[in-house]
Design a protein around this ligand. Structure first.
Ligand code: SAM
Length: 297
């Protein structure tokens, strides 16, 4: 039998089941097995690996994962796809479909229940583009036992995630993700390999989890607050952004200046030029100051 991801087989499956795409669920299915092989290669999936897929669609990527992995668990929100997947994936006993919105799912329990005894766990997916960032952030902040994440997403978001300091794409998303992982864009993908074709260009990113976050900070929540505040308005200096965007920032202006000096950061720099280490240093200085009470006059 031909692979699911060939144009002819995909069309036949869709016709057989009378399936119509839901744009609101980000349904753009892959019809190129070569691209799928490369995604699975980049994830370094072996017979020791358990793969978590988000949004199997009609099973194009699931099938390629099932051929190489020990186990595949796929979260699918659209109940109409369940009978189709039962049909297309029937040759693969190592696949399990979980009918759930991944954003609401207890992924940790699913790993615990369905992947016992497997140490190498990778998320591999062609993500629904309307929720790429929340899905990636959920997978990283829930402290799951993952080796990493290899996912297809909008090229524009991939560029922001893997951006280096000083570039136009570098921002709070780059830092949020690079705090937990080393991030790299490993492929760009043309629109023609999807049905229906999306409006935007696509790319595949590989996020490998760090053993420890990129910087050690006193308070993680506060660190991310400082990062977000620093990028509030990209044209403003770091000092102006922090005074405008940190709670009570105006009252703390002089203290913020002192913290910038103590962290060896010129107050006239822009947030986009700061490395993650510099944000770490600055956030610790600010955290100590902000927790000592009102600004010293
Ligand atoms: N993996 C398939 C492929 O590559 O051909 C389909 C990918 S398609 C871009 C995204 C899939 O995610 C669709 O099957 C869609 O129904 C599913 N989906 C959308 N939102 C979801 C969510 N919140 N949780 C789980 N699956 C979701």
């Amino acid at each position: 039998m031909k692979d699911i991801a060939t144009p002819i087989r995909t069309r036949a499956i869709l016709e057989k089941h009378g399936f119509s795409f839901k744009k609101s669920l980000g349904q753009n299915f892959l019809i190129d097995t070569n691209i799928l092989h490369r995604i699975v290669d980049h994830a370094e999936v072996t017979e020791e690996t358990a793969a978590i897929e988000i949004g199997p669609g009609i099973g194009a990527l699931t099938e390629q994962l099932a051929k190489r992995a020990k186990k595949v668990v796929a979260f699918e929100i659209d109940g109409r796809l369940l009978p189709i997947l039962a049909d297309t994936l029937s040759p693969y006993p190592n696949v399990e479909i979980v009918h759930e919105d991944v954003l609401k799912a207890d992924v940790e329990s699913v790993i615990h229940e369905k992947m016992q005894g497997i140490d190498d766990i990778m998320v591999v997916a062609n993500l629904p583009y309307y929720v790429t960032t929340p899905i990636i952030m959920k997978l990283l902040t829930e402290n799951l036992p993952l080796r990493g994440i290899v996912v297809m997403l909008q090229k524009e978001v991939a560029d922001r995630i893997s951006a280096a300091p000083g570039t136009k794409d570098y921002g709070s998303l780059s830092i949020a993700i690079q705090y937990y992982t080393t991030a790299e864009t490993v492929m760009t993908v043309p629109k023609t390999v999807f049905v229906p074709q999306p409006n935007v260009d696509s790319a595949v990113i590989r996020l490998l989890k760090r053993k420890k976050p990129a910087v050690k900070v006193e308070n993680e929540t506060f660190f991310f607050e400082v990062v977000r505040a620093s990028f509030g308005q990209r044209r403003k200096t770091i000092l102006n952004n922090l005074t405008s965007n940190l709670p009570n920032g105006k009252a703390f202006k002089e203290a913020i200046e002192r913290c910038l000096a103590a962290s060896d950061i010129d107050p006239r720099r822009r947030g986009e030029t700061l490395s993650i280490e510099e944000f770490g240093r600055l956030s610790d200085e600010l955290y100590r100051t902000f927790n000592e009470g009102p600004a010293e006059k």
